[in-house]
Design a protein around this ligand. Structure first.
Ligand SMILES: Cc1cc2nc3c(=O)[nH]c(=O)nc-3n(C[C@H](O)[C@H](O)[C@H](O)COP(=O)(O)OP(=O)(O)OC[C@H]3O[C@@H](n4cnc5c(N)ncnc54)[C@H](O)[C@@H]3O)c2cc1C
Length: 423
């Protein structure tokens, strides 16, 4: 009999979970006569989309070529060939009682995949289609081609939402259209395009302190981009080709733009799950410590941006993976042996001021571990290639999880901290 750890989603979180399961979970499961274990991943595309680089990829193929933007998933698991199955498709229903997931494959086939443990890593969709790979690499590449053609003839752009995606996008577009910042960051003398970033709050980049947000505004200004604060985008028309979009703002103004980009947030990809599993923001409601989806039934877990436990981001997901995967191992061992499970591993959110935000190809703002970092460092870490060189191969190969990280059960930690260790 084949028992499956089923991973839904093959992006940052799903790929990491699958590597962890193959490297550390399967090898440690008790041997059972006649039973073999495998990891199966379901994802609509055969490739991971390096979403982090989206803001630069939309403006130029030359600055961010496809070879740096898409990474084939299946070859990254070649080392575990007989233990890993990739299904190109979309999960459409979970039957937790029957422990099966219905999948519509890319070729139109309906499949029912049984699981012994289910990891949901279906992430989020952005309101702008430019930052989400919904089907496959070719269709996103085609969108980028069409967008870049339009951008060439553009004289006005509005970007709604001043979180990191909005700010980075404003920076890349402004630099592409209006050129690099002048001496000492002076505003462009004759900008080609009017670019407006609409910010709902009194400051941009909510995770970062106000002074850093002000610095971001200064850098954007140097690229000919204006920030409008305390204002929301109420609606944007979908114009016929060649005509302008009317972007209606909450301050009563309407901006006419050649291009409007909605960067106002993300929507969890959870429509295929029972409503009772979701919180009021449609994220998968999980135990914030163990990352089990307690309400769903036995051996169901969430990792990545679809989970209620996280404020999102790849770094946070790297903290969550070892926790969820340790608890999966514990639960599976208990299930196989018919014994009580061992202690749980607990996740703790890192809520330090931490975000790195390039603004154009040579500058940016950010903080790491609660400390502000200079523009040059922002460029060095992220701005030069959106972390492709630093992280992409490691993400694909699961290098971050080459070793199983050590941990201590909470109770033992607490006793140790209180100085009552039994020594
Ligand atoms: C433009 C942009 C820039 C960003 N920059 C950064 C950054 O610099 N640093 C950072 O830490 N974070 C950044 N983020 C956030 C980061 O991209 C997310 O944290 C990360 O993508 C979350 O990974 P995930 O695997 O949880 O989900 P996702 O990346 O959303 O992936 C989910 C996967 O599941 C698939 N899927 C969806 N529904 C189903 C289904 N029903 N069945 C099967 N598969 C399904 C999707 O197709 C996708 O492949 C950025 C986000 C955006 C949009």
């Amino acid at each position: 009999m084949m028992e499956t750890i089923l991973v839904l989603g093959g992006s940052f979180a799903g790929i990491s979970a699958a590597h962890y399961a193959l490297k550390h979970t399967l090898p440690q499961l008790p041997k059972k006569e006649g039973t073999a274990y495998n990891v199966t991943m379901v994802n609509p595309s055969k490739d991971l989309f390096w979403r982090i680089a989206g803001p630069r990829a939309i403006v130029s193929k030359k600055l961010m070529p496809s070879s740096k933007l898409f990474y084939p998933i299946e070859p990254a698991f070649a080392y575990a060939k007989d233990k890993f199955t990739f299904v190109q498709g979309t999960a459409t229903h979970v039957d937790a009682a029957g422990q099966t997931v219905s999948v519509q494959t890319a070729s139109g086939e309906q499949k029912s995949i049984p699981y012994v443990a289910l990891i949901i890593a279906t992430g989020v969709t952005t309101p702008s289609p430019l930052f989400t790979q919904t089907t496959d690499r070719a269709s996103l590449e085609a969108q980028y081609g069409a967008f870049q053609k339009r951008l060439g003839a553009t004289t006005s752009v509005v970007i709604g939402g001043a979180g990191p995606v909005g700010v980075e996008t404003a920076g890349e577009i402004s630099e592409m259209l209006n050129g690099k910042p002048g001496f000492l960051g002076s505003e462009p003398k004759s900008p080609k395009a009017k670019i407006t970033l609409v910010c709902a709050e009194k400051k941009m980049l909510p995770i970062l302190r106000e002074s850093i947000s002000k610095q971001a505004e200064k850098l954007l200004k140097g690229l000919g981009c204006t920030v409008v604060y305390n204002t929301k985008v109420v609606s944007a028309t979908n114009p016929a080709e060649g005509s302008k979009t009317a972007v209606q703002l909450s301050n009563g103004e309407t901006l006419e733009a050649d291009i409007y980009i909605d960067a106002t947030g993300v929507r969890p990809n959870t429509g295929f799950l029972p409503k009772e599993w979701l919180d009021n923001r449609k994220r998968i409601q999980c135990n914030p410590k163990t990352l089990r989806v307690d309400v769903a039934g036995a051996r169901i877990y969430v990792v990545g941006d679809a989970g209620s436990y996280t404020r999102g981001g790849v770094m946070d997901m790297y903290d969550a993976i070892p926790v969820a995967m340790t608890n999966i191992k514990t639960d599976l061992i208990a299930h196989i042996n018919g014994a009580a499970p061992g202690p749980d591993r607990h996740y703790t959110a890192n809520l330090k001021e931490q975000q790195i935000c390039p603004i154009g190809t040579s500058k940016g703002v950010g903080a790491f571990g609660g400390n502000q970092i200079p523009s040059l460092m922002v460029w060095g870490i992220k701005g030069r290639d959106y972390m492709v060189g630093m992280l992409a191969q490691g993400q694909m190969n699961g290098d971050k999880f080459a070793k199983e990280t050590k941990w201590k059960p909470q109770a033992v930690q607490a006793v140790g901290q209180a100085g009552l260790s039994r020594g």
